[in-house]
Write a protein that binds this ligand. Structure first.
Ligand SMILES: [Mg+2]
Length: 261
């Protein structure tokens, strides 16, 4: 499918959901994860598509909801919906922060999470540039700042810990990151929730990483999946990078406004 075909098919939808990954899709990948911010062109594109008729925009990220709100500069008056922790945490303008039916981590889950996190921290302590990123439902091992020839050993060490102590946790990989979580929710869960919540008749989802493929693979006829950058994908459209996605969203916003008004 060409970008023109995708825009033409989405522009006339009765209710459109535009669901976007954050890191690498709207924001350049950076060494300090909490310093990530949307590229200016991406911010403008999100604003444009969010203000077009009968359209809802959601950010769908593996980040914890609280971190996502910081890096997306998302305030209580925002019209953007959020799905954090790959869909295990939600935010809507109507009811603010909440977790879905599965609920907050239990005391036992938190205790196991904190114990494993501490053990992982001890394991990576001597590796230059290595650290453990706390997550609501687990933790992650980013390796962007670790020397390239030490990354495999770093991940192998934490993998061994988790295989021995928490083999039931879900392991996910991304661009220079491995994440461990005691919840199963993937971005496909997030899309299903957002589709139902917004009553969307068509969905555009865009992402740049392996975990985005859960969402891309769950899309149906009439939806459009966009893969940002290289990599094997179930998406029907590929764009080269963040500027090209922003351009596509701006074009969609213009076409949708023209078609629907
Ligand atoms: Mg990403």
């Amino acid at each position: 499918m060409t970008i023109d075909d995708a825009i033409a098919s989405l522009a006339g939808a009765d209710r459109l959901l535009v669901a976007l990954d954050f890191d690498g899709t709207l924001s350049p990948l950076v060494d300090d994860p909490m310093s990530a911010r949307m590229a200016p062109a991406a911010r403008d594109a999100v604003d444009a598509i969010a203000s077009s008729p009968d359209t809802t925009v959601a950010l769908v990220s593996g980040r914890s909801l609280s971190d996502l709100r910081v890096i997306a500069e998302h305030g209580d008056d925002s019209i953007l919906l959020l799905a954090g922790s790959h869909g295990a945490e939600h935010w809507t303008p109507a009811d603010g922060t909440r977790h879905p039916a599965a609920g907050e981590p239990t005391a036992a889950e938190q205790a196991e999470r904190d114990r494993l996190r501490a053990e992982a921290e001890a394991l990576v302590a001597g590796v230059p540039g290595a650290w453990i990123e706390p997550k609501t439902f687990g933790f992650a091992v980013p390796s962007r700042t670790v020397p390239a020839d030490e990354r495999a050993e770093l991940h192998a060490r934490v993998d061994a810990l988790m295989a021995a102590q928490a083999p039931h946790w879900r392991r996910r990989t991304g661009h220079h990151i491995v994440e461990y979580a005691f919840r199963e929710e993937g971005k496909d869960t997030a899309i299903a929730w957002l589709r139902a919540h917004t009553g969307a008749t068509a969905v555009l989802f865009a992402g740049d990483d392996v975990t985005d493929e859960d969402a891309l693979g769950s899309l149906g006829p009439g939806d459009v999946g966009v893969r940002v950058g290289a990599g094997e994908t179930a998406a029907s459209v590929r764009v080269a990078g963040i500027p090209e996605l922003a351009e596509m969203l701006v074009r969609l916003a213009h076409e949708r406004t023209r078609t629907r008004e």
